[in-house]
Ligand binder design. Structure first.
Ligand SMILES: [Fe+2]
Length: 267
C-alpha cells in the first residue's frame, strides 16, 4: 500500500463535464494513494451526488471529504449534509468525514473532518462590503440584513467548532498524529490570497475562528501529539505553522482545472 495521500480542494467539478471528471479521477487512481481526501467545494447541491459518484467509482482508495460553501449552493445546509451522509452510507469507500468519528489512515495516524464556515470574526465584517454568492444561494443566509448575517455566520461557525471539539479530542487520545480536513481556513495566517493574507473585508468570510480556537486548545492540551490541518476555500496555496505541533496547509485551485497533490500519510 502506498505511503501517500492524494489531496484536492475546491474541485468545482460542476464546471467540467463527466468525461473530464472521470479522467481526473482516473489520474488520482493512477497515483495509487492510500486515500484521497477532499477539503470541500466539490460541486454544488444539485451536482454533488453525481460528482462524488464519479470519484467513488473510479478511485480504488477510500475517498474522505468535507463540504464547502459551494456544495450548499441552491439548497439549505441540513438537506445537503443529509445527502452527503446518505452517499457515504451507500457508496463503499466514500466517507463524509464531518459526520464520522476519527478514522485510522495508518498506524498512529488518524483523520477527522469538519466542514467549517466563514464565521465573520476575523478581519472587519462590520465594515465589509463584500457580498458573497453564498448570501443569495444558501437558504440559511438569504434575506438577512448585515447584522443578521453576521450573527448567522457566527452561529454556523460555533456549530462547526462544537462538532469538531469532541471528535478531535477522541482522535488525539487514540492517534499520535491527527489530520484535520476542513474547508475554511481556521486562522488569519492560513487565509492566503495570492501569497499574502486576505484583506480585512474578505477575511471574515474566508476564516473560521471558532474552529481555529478548538485547534489551538487541543494543540495546547496535547503537546505530545501533532495536528496537521488541510483546508481550501481561498484557491491560493500556503503553509503556516501556528504551534510546534499545529500546522495548516491551504490548497490552491483553479476553476475548470481539477488537480490533486500527493503528500506523505505520516507526519
Ligand atoms: Fe469555498
Amino acid at each position: 500500500m502506498s505511503d501517500l495521500l492524494a489531496w484536492s480542494t475546491d474541485l468545482h467539478l460542476n464546471f467540467v463535464d463527466e468525461e473530464a471528471g472521470r479522467t481526473f479521477a482516473r489520474a488520482v487512481n493512477t497515483a495509487r494513494p492510500r486515500a484521497f481526501v477532499i477539503t470541500g467545494d466539490t460541486a454544488e447541491s444539485r451536482s454533488l451526488a453525481a460528482c462524488l459518484g464519479w470519484l467513488a467509482e473510479e478511485i480504488d482508495a477510500p475517498v474522505y471529504f468535507v463540504l464547502g460553501n459551494h456544495d450548499f449552493y441552491r439548497d439549505a445546509i441540513p438537506p445537503v449534509r443529509a445527502l452527503a451522509a446518505g452517499l457515504s452510507a451507500t457508496h463503499p469507500g466514500l466517507v463524509y468525514a464531518s459526520a464520522q468519528p476519527a478514522v485510522a489512515l495508518a498506524p498512529g495516524v488518524g483523520l477527522v473532518g469538519v466542514d467549517g464556515w466563514g464565521d465573520a470574526r476575523l478581519g472587519d465584517a462590520l465594515r465589509s462590503e463584500v457580498r458573497l454568492n453564498d448570501f443569495r444561494l444558501i437558504a440559511e443566509l438569504q434575506g438577512l440584513d448585515h447584522w443578521g448575517l453576521i450573527a448567522r455566520l457566527k452561529a454556523l461557525g460555533d456549530a462547526e467548532a462544537a462538532s469538531l471539539a469532541p471528535r478531535l479530542e477522541a482522535a488525539l487520545a487514540e492517534f499520535t498524529s491527527v489530520l484535520v480536513l476542513t474547508h475554511v481556513p481556521p486562522f488569519a495566517e492560513a487565509c492566503w490570497h495570492e501569497g499574502a493574507p486576505s484583506a480585512p473585508d474578505w477575511m471574515p468570510f474566508f476564516t473560521c475562528k471558532a474552529v481555529g480556537d478548538v485547534l489551538l486548545a487541543a494543540a495546547a492540551r496535547h503537546p505530545d501529539r501533532r495536528i496537521r490541518v488541510l483546508c481550501g476555500h481561498t484557491h491560493s496555496p500556503g503553509e503556516v505553522r501556528l504551534r510546534d505541533n499545529l500546522e495548516v496547509w491551504t490548497g490552491g485551485a483553479r476553476y475548470g482545472h481539477p488537480a490533486f497533490q500527493l503528500l506523505p500519510v505520516e507526519f
